[in-house]
Design a protein around this ligand. Structure first.
Ligand code: PMM
Length: 251
């Protein structure tokens, strides 16, 4: 199982907002993660926490591109966490090699064809709408089968747009239009997602359902979850801290 380290260059992400909000601190954090053995660094400029407002394209590019350019020179694999095809394209030019789209192609009609044209891995996450109103969309009769069904639609759309099967990665979207019970139901059934035949990424790190109002206090639960997921056949976890996850995986 690979470890994808989170680098949010945002003033307001729920767990690390503001910590790496300038070029120097972002590069320092990237270097730290590399020293700790991270496999992929996921760089994002737009917060997707519940209720977050969108930022402009220009703002997103200004935040992520210089950091991608610098860190990619250190030889680390970089994914760009964006819903915008233009950001994806420029991030790839700057040195990123994976597109991580939390909207699974739903936010930008150009995203899937852009990803297909770039011929690089594309992560399609389960998503029901922008952060501003996603909590009201956390309504399911059977969360696992509905998320699987909606992800299947994104898989079909991705393949139809020309993304190669070997380049497609799926993510159940923990915390996106899902309450705590929904998240736990998905985690309990993660093998159903693995059985779809695509690499599975899980991003649960420090999210609210892991307990407590202070995201830093959710770290112990995140590490325990990594240990649990490490035997399920998923491809990667997306986490804020790297070393403790590496350690618990090899314990
Ligand atoms: N979660 C967040 C942002 N990007 N990408 C993927 N693929 N999966 C996730 O679960 C995911 C993501 C929000 O969390 P953050 O604010 O800690 O980055």
């Amino acid at each position: 199982m690979l470890v994808m380290g989170i680098l949010n260059i945002t003033p307001d992400s729920f767990a690390d907002g503001g910590k790496y909000n300038n070029f120097e601190s972002a590069i320092r954090r990237g270097q730290e993660m590399i020293a700790e053995g991270v496999d992929i660094i996921d760089i994002g400029g737009e917060s997707t926490k519940p209720g977050a407002e969108r930022i402009t394209l220009e703002e997103e590019l200004e935040r992520v591109i210089p950091v991608i350019r610098e860190l990619s020179q250190l030889g680390i694999k970089i994914s760009i966490d964006t819903m915008r095809s233009e950001v994806a394209r420029k991030a790839i030019e700057a040195g990123a090699s994976i597109i991580n789209d939390v909207s699974g192609g739903l936010a930008d009609p150009e995203m899937l064809t852009t990803a297909a044209g770039l011929e690089l891995p594309y992560i399609a996450m389960h998503w029901r709408g922008h952060s501003k109103d996603m909590n009201s969309q956390a309504v399911y009769k059977d969360v696992v089968s509905e998320v699987i069904e909606e992800l299947q639609e994104r898989i079909t759309a991705s393949l139809d747009a020309g993304i190669k099967k070997d380049n497609l990665i799926i993510d159940p979207g923990i915390g996106f239009a899902k309450d705590a019970d929904h998240n736990w139901a998905i985690i309990d059934s993660i093998s159903t997602f693995v059985d779809l035949g695509y690499p599975v990424l899980v991003g649960a790190s420090r999210k609210r359902f892991l307990g407590g109002d202070n995201p830093d206090l959710r770290e112990a639960a995140t590490i325990a979850l990594t240990q649990r997921l490490s035997t399920t056949g998923i491809w990667a976890i997306r986490v804020h801290s790297v070393k403790p996850h590496k350690e618990v995986m090899s314990a």
